[in-house]
Design a protein around this ligand. Sequence first.
Ligand code: DAH
Length: 358
Amino acid sequence: MSLIDDLVKLEEEAKELVAGADDAAKLEAARVELLGRKGRITGLMRMMGKLAPEDRPVMGKRANEMRQLIEGMLDERTTEMKAAALKHALEREAVDITLPGIRPQIGHQHLIKQIIEEAEDIFCGIGYTVESGPMVETSYYNFTALNAPMDHPSRSARDTFYVVDNNPGSVAHPEAHAHGESDVLLRTQTSGVQIHTMESQKPPIYMICPGTVYRPDTADACHLPQFNQIEGLVVDEGITFGDLKGTLDYFVKCMFGEDRKTRYRPHFFPFTEPSCEVDVSCHVCGGKGCNFCKHSGWIEILGCGMVDPNVLINCGIDPEKYTGFAFGIGAERVAALRYDLPDLRTLMTGDMRFLNQF
Ligand code: DAH
């Protein structure tokens, strides 16, 4: 009965074939090989014709049993493989809930905005209001009402971005300006907001105005064509230079710390008389002199002075009754001084490696 032997051998081979199939494609190939139309079982069945008629039913039964056995093996292997795949997927996709999550990156305020808000907090704490004004101004608010003479060099197109310049070369032809104040420009200073405030409010006035200003300067380590100022204006009865010094000393100590010294240097501004520039002692060298402070031991951060009576008159305020002081702080200078920034351009370039430090 060599057919019986064949069947026994087939069972062994089938076991090996099925056990060796380690993916769905190989298992399917095994199924075709064993049970397919040209497969091994079919081959055996075909041979049955050569058997004696009485042997055929026995062999037929054995062959059918073998078919079922092999089908069972294949099913079992399929189930095994599915279970293994599931186990693998579960392991691979397992979530370790004890690991810390991924924090979404949230932005934060730009350094300059932080400085401005800190200045607002300092001044609001001593009773000031926060005002704002237009960045596109007429020359009346940016210059004339601030007592700047028609031939003041800052009016020239080299120092001011004109949007509408009705008088190109205005410095060369100052008289042409007198015909009207229709020049429109990007404000070069926040001082114009002093005028807007005095036109719309009556003294006592205690205000600051932070804002962006523009000048046709080429950007370098200490200059930007667009930067921020924090303007201040006080108008009240009996305001003296002592009030100005006390206020600005208080601001400097809040902003930079108790150990900082201030120095008031006489200067000229058209809208204040007397006027000064205020320097703060250099932090990098402690006042001894270094590259950062250009070896002077001091860094200039603001201009200030007593409001010129002409400016009060321009706004309909009686200079016999009221006096005042004003100041303009450079926000970028404050930032540079506080954090020893060697180059102001880093504030504009948007490099997150720099900005994220603050
Ligand atoms: N506007 C001046 C500037 O841009 C700064 C300044 C100086 C503002 C003196 C003032 C002041 O209010 O009193 O250079």
